[in-house]
Ligand binder design. Sequence first.
Ligand code: PGA
Length: 258
Amino acid sequence: MAPNMRKLLIAANWKMYKTPAESTAFLTSFFPLIKKNEAAEVVLCPAMTSLPALVDAARGKSVAIGAQNMHWLNEGAYTGETSPTMLTAIGATHVLIGHSERRQYFNETDTTVNLKLKSALAHSLVPIVCVGEHLNEREQNLTADVLNLQVSVALEGIDPDALGTLVIAYEPVWAIGTGRTATPQIAEDAHKIIRARLAAIAGSHVADATRILYGGSVKPDNATNLCCLDDIDGALVGGASLDPDSFAQIIINATHRA
Ligand code: PGA
């Protein structure tokens, strides 16, 4: 498959920001700014409390709504958790899995990422699985080892035929929220490592079809250069996605490659 057969995907990770009213106000400003966009799929991942309001506000529009996390079970005595059936019941279609902040502050591991990925696929939620190395790992030349391990464990025991909707986000931890973006070449090299690993595990048809996003201090002024490379199929945007003008400009600039 030619690289440009993979549709660009630009996702917003709002983290623990915005009330429901603030979330819908964002959409009101945002829709007119991207009304010409057809080149990229756009996904907004708000806080859990904003999901129902955003699903309603985005109905009939070309913006999908996803969660930032979920449990892998359908129900149970797990205080504070949200299940995949709860997400699909309100109309969420995507879910972030294994974001580095979840790994760092909430003890998520490659093993829980694997459980969540299996569950998301079983519930027809589009999984966006986050991987990425820490600065000390990069400095010790361990980036490839870290990415290979994260991808391998995430996909363990999953039938390649079930991986049709899989999205991976490469988010080097040292670039998240720091203003320190990976150069396009660093990102492209990491994406090639991930795609090669996917091919080894699940076959080249899965590797060629899987979108790999870059995340980590993506801004309007670096979106074009990052998204113009063959192996970079879009972006996962944190801080710069909170403002409708800046997120819309990222989409416009990123789709210059298309
Ligand atoms: P950032 O966050 O764009 O603020 O670096 C990216 C992310 O955490 O997904």
